[in-house]
Design a protein around this ligand. Structure first.
Ligand SMILES: Nc1ncnc2c1ncn2[C@@H]1O[C@H](COP(=O)(O)OP(=O)(O)OP(=O)(O)O)[C@@H](O)[C@H]1O
Ligand SMILES: [Mg+2]
Length: 195
């Protein structure tokens, strides 16, 4: 049950490759708080049923995961949670969720550098174009708690500073500013990712 003295969770989410792990680790250092990476946590706690190859992510049982995360929460502790699946996070403890966005052309480059297969790249780039992580975050935590940060062309330090600003100020960066469909249409690149 919800306990107001329980921990407070800040979520960093986004499509694979947008920089969640890099950003969350630096932000946690600056805030002197713990960071939990969802995939690593689920593996460590044995909550993974299978690896979904084309998505590049693990299938995690939401209820078990929520319970394990709740057990992890200490009263009044601030915890940063980073991962691209948010329906496994106990929403009542979430203070805010920041969705990292990245231009699809940049994301494609990053995922290629990682050696991902063409299918895995396409699935992830498409989900970035279609705002999947943003929609999931809003569906799970409500629009008021969700912030959207376009990281395109910003180095890690800049992104970290903007995340810290959002956490501190809780303003600006409202969802709905990023529109990759519009961007791709303007550049006549829509067909590149639609099939
Ligand atoms: N702001 C940035 N500018 C340039 N490169 C970055 C930036 N942030 C992260 N990267 C690089 O992008 C790659 C992906 O970053 P990272 O692993 O943090 O992403 P992720 O969102 O955690 O991915 P996954 O969901 O697969 O775990 C890494 O090589 C990282 O060094
Ligand atoms: Mg990561």
């Amino acid at each position: 049950m919800f306990d107001e003295n329980m921990c407070k969770i800040i979520v960093v989410t986004g499509t694979p490759g947008t920089g969640k792990t890099s950003v969350a680790r630096k932000v946690a250092e600056r805030l002197k708080c713990r960071v939990i990476g969802l995939s690593e946590f689920a593996l460590r706690k044995n909550l993974v049923s299978r690896y979904i190859e084309h998505l590049g992510s693990y299938d995690i049982e939401p209820e078990k995961m929520k319970k394990a995360l709740e057990e992890e929460c200490k009263p009044e502790e601030l915890i940063l949670i980073e991962g691209h699946v948010v329906d496994v996070i106990p929403a009542e403890y979430v203070e805010l969720a920041i969705v990292l966005r990245l231009n699809p052309l940049e994301l494609e480059k990053r995922l290629k550098e990682r050696g991902y297969s063409e299918e895995k790249i396409l699935v992830n780039v498409q989900s970035e174009i279609l705002d999947s992580c943003l929609i999931d975050a809003i569906a799970n935590f409500g629009k008021e708690k969700v912030f959207e940060l376009d990281t395109t062309g910003k180095d890690l330090e800049k992104v970290v500073n903007e995340v810290l600003y959002i956490i501190k100020e809780r303003k600006d960066y409202r969802p709905g500013q990023v529109d990759w469909l519009d961007f791709l249409e303007e550049k006549s690149l829509l067909n590149k990712y639609m099939r």
